[in-house]
Write a protein that binds this ligand. Structure first.
Ligand code: ASP
Length: 439
């Protein structure tokens, strides 16, 4: 059994957190490949090392004295080293970093040093081999991730060592320059390493006990999702639920490796298991609820619309012409509604309206702004009767007016449009009917 374990910034923010991570790794000998993030925040007011590095490099680039900022960063690492009673010295590393900053090595190089240095400490702490991600994770000249070369080189390298630490977040281009993934990208590295190692499981350790059924800012102490499929995850993440970097899914999903989200501060919790398929029934019919505010509904009316071939295409062309993507498009007999992001639409509103008039020649077009979309997601809905009925009766009891309903043929989700001001109430009432009342 091989497990790849990735630890997020809050799991590695201090010596105390490192100690917890050490216990977790030592508790299971299959945890052989470790992917660390840079030290994150120790408390709400703290600054992530990655942000300190960006700030320090910006000072270097502006020709200011960046050394005091760099010293503060070194202090963060030294506090971890001293707290763990390690003999690791980062003197030389920091000298090299200072020289490279002077030579303007780039913001991505700067940001990557958080993971790089944390990786060196972690390898020393565990007695594992350190593998610099710049030697095994590759990007092309345009900065696109080179999955084929990375997998080939990385798997050959991992075969040679039983236990290793590979820092997250960065790799290198052909010419050797360091390149990073987007923020939160250590999740992606973890997934890449899991694939290359042919792992049985990719454990992603963070500071929550998995994916929550609903946003904790709206629902107090929501239940954790035990098992979720990749498709359900995609629906919920798209609607704003975040724990994992979206791109982290692809390498392991293709290789059939499940992801387990775990909590470093509560290792006894099982967390959330993310899988391709499962016959595990979700506990509550629905798997999760997520949503976003800030949509506009563009309602287009035209008598006999349904017999006019190509009408829908003409309406959608008006959006395409103006570079606007649409979210949903429920339609009636002689009406069609297109949901778009308010922020994206506002600046181009008049152009879009005139394009619709020119292309589709509708009778009327009207707009409704300040709408929210809520996705109720669950593989369990397919085999359960009355899910939609329960949602709408809960919403009507909560006095929420439903503006739009859209159920995809996959029966994996039901999307509901409500006014922005009803968003929280709607989510609470759906959570209550499916979860609170079932506990
Ligand atoms: N340290 C990087 C960030 O703060 C990458 C990561 O933590 O995944 O975004």
């Amino acid at each position: 059994m091989v497990k790849v374990v990735k630890f997020g910034g809050s799991s590695l923010a201090s010596a105390g957190q490192f100690a917890k991570v050490g216990e977790i790794i030592r508790a299971d000998e299959s945890r052989r490949y470790v992917v660390p993030s840079a030290p994150g925040k120790r408390n709400d007011k703290d600054v992530k090392v990655t942000d300190m590095l960006y700030g320090c490099y910006a000072a270097a680039e502006a020709g200011e004295d960046f050394k005091p900022k760099l010293r503060k960063i070194k202090d963060r690492f030294d506090a971890i080293i001293n707290g763990l009673h390690l003999k690791t010295s980062l003197e030389k590393e920091f000298q090299t970093i200072a020289e490279n900053f002077e030579q303007k090595a780039g913001a991505e190089y700067a940001a990557s040093r958080g993971e790089y240095l944390n990786g060196i400490i972690m390898a020393d702490f565990l007695g594992y081999t350190f593998i610099d991600a710049a030697e095994v994770v590759f990007f092309d000249e345009k900065g696109e991730f080179d999955a084929e070369k990375t997998n080939r080189v990385l798997s050959a390298r991992l075969k040679k060592c039983d236990c290793a630490v590979i820092p997250g977040f960065y790799g290198a281009k052909k010419d050797g320059t360091v390149h990073t993934f987007s923020r939160g990208g250590s999740d992606i590295t973890g997934s890449i390493v899991a694939k290359a190692a042919g792992a049985d499981l990719y454990e992603n350790w963070t500071d929550v006990s998995g994916f929550l059924i609903a946003d904790p800012r709206i629902i107090e102490n929501p239940e954790v999702i035990q098992v979720i499929t990749y498709r359900e995850l995609r629906e919920l993440s798209y609607m704003g639920a975040t724990v994992l970097h979206e791109d982290a899914v692809f390498p392991v999903r293709g290789a059939g490796i499940p992801i387990n989200i775990r909590n470093t501060n509560k290792p006894e919790d099982k967390g959330t298991l993310i899988v391709e398929h499962t016959c595990h029934h979700s506990e509550f019919t629905i798997t999760g609820i997520a949503g976003k505010k800030g949509f506009v509904a563009v309602n287009v009316d035209k008598d006999m619309m349904n017999s006019e071939v190509g009408f829908g295409r003409k309406v959608l062309s008006a959006f395409e012409e103006n570079g606007i993507s649409f979210e949903h498009m429920p339609s009636g007999i002689d009406t069609m509604t297109v949901f778009v992001h308010q922020e994206e639409f506002e600046g181009k509103e008049q152009q879009v309206l005139s394009s619709i008039k020119r292309l589709a020649k509708p009778d009327t077009v009207d707009l409704e702004a300040d709408l929210a979309l809520i996705a109720v997601v669950g593989r369990g809905m397919r085999s359960t009767r009355g899910t939609a009925g329960r949602i709408f009766s809960a919403l009507s009891h909560a006095n929420v007016n439903v503006k739009m309903i859209d159920q995809g043929s996959s029966e994996l989700n039901i999307i509901i449009g409500v006014a922005n001001c009803d968003f929280e109430t709607a989510i609470k009432s759906i959570y209550d009917i499916f979860v609170t009342t079932q506990l």
